[in-house]
Write a protein that binds this ligand. Structure first.
Ligand code: IPE
Ligand code: IPE
Ligand code: MG
Length: 251
């Protein structure tokens, strides 16, 4: 199945208000596998199958940015075998999907560092980014070897290196020095597998994000459930610290 062949959502299904940027903490691959008597690695492989459907919905519904949390700076604490398998799975996904992503207008961006990453995988990540850099339809941020605290620390170092006067530093200076520079902050952060934490994800950018959590493990998150999250988002009342918008006259 190619991206263009993913199931087309019913257009009446499409909410009026959609997030510009959706970020997903794809959690629960290990528990999904354990429940089936499979290895954790099989869970991680299964967790790549539904990504296409999620990207397809983002393309259909004109979402600008989709961020997927693939590997955190803390995930180095896992057994070496699991880390190697995760790296090999990501390399396979890049080999398999980059041409199609380029064809349908997706721009891949990498959030994170390639330090310590095996050279063959680092090359593939750089290739996916370079091969899709002229695309504008959807930015697909792959948060890989990503940690928000390291990202903020890196931003501080870059700002200090520029020799800016402290009085000249504002919130935009910080935002412009994060991996997500130039992109809107996430409006919606989805987390699967029942956990209610950010796990060092987009700490600065998430200041006013809406959260949507489900007990469903990541490999079981279908495009239908993803669209439900987007519809739920469209009914949220965002205030950004202000007062609720007045109800329309006559209601
Ligand atoms: C998410 O699934 C994938 C990564 C963190 C790389 P987990 O591997 O965290 O799955 P659980 O949380 O153990 O079920
Ligand atoms: C967060 O999941 C990281 C990714 C999804 C890549 P974790 O499974 O690593 O998070 P914790 O350890 O449960 O907080
Ligand atoms: Mg987990």
């Amino acid at each position: 199945m190619t991206l263009s062949e993913t199931e087309q959502p019913d257009s009446t299904d499409r909410p009026w208000v959609l997030p510009r940027h959706v970020a997903i903490i794809m959690d629960g691959n290990g528990r999904w596998a354990a429940e089936r008597g499979l290895s954790r690695v099989e869970g991680h492989r299964a967790g790549t199958e539904n990504v296409r459907g999620v990207i397809g919905t983002c393309l259909d519904w004109d979402i600008e940015v989709l961020t997927l949390y693939a590997f955190s700076t803390e995930n180095w604490l896992r057994p070496r075998d699991e880390i190697n398998s995760l790296f090999s799975i990501l390399g396979d996904v890049i080999d398999r999907e980059t041409d199609e992503l380029r064809r349908v207008g997706v721009r891949v961006r990498h959030l994170g560092s390639l330090d310590g990453v095996p050279e063959s995988l680092a090359d593939r990540v750089r290739y996916a980014v370079a091969a899709t850099r002229d695309n504008h339809r959807l930015s697909l941020n792959v948060a890989f070897n990503y940690g928000a605290r390291v990202e903020i620390l890196r931003a501080v170092r870059r700002i200090v290196n520029c020799g800016l006067n402290p009085a000249e530093i504002d919130e935009a200076t910080i935002s412009d020095n994060l991996y997500t520079a130039g992109q809107p902050d996430p409006d919606l952060i989805i987390r699967t597998a029942g956990e209610m934490r950010l796990s060092n994800f987009l700490l600065w950018q998430a200041a006013y994000a809406e959260y949507w959590c489900t007990e469903v493990y990541w490999p079981d998150l279908t495009p239908e459930l993803f669209r439900r999250a987007l519809r739920d988002f469209s009914r949220r009342q965002r205030r950004f610290g202000g007062l609720p918008a007045p109800a329309p006259a006559g209601t």
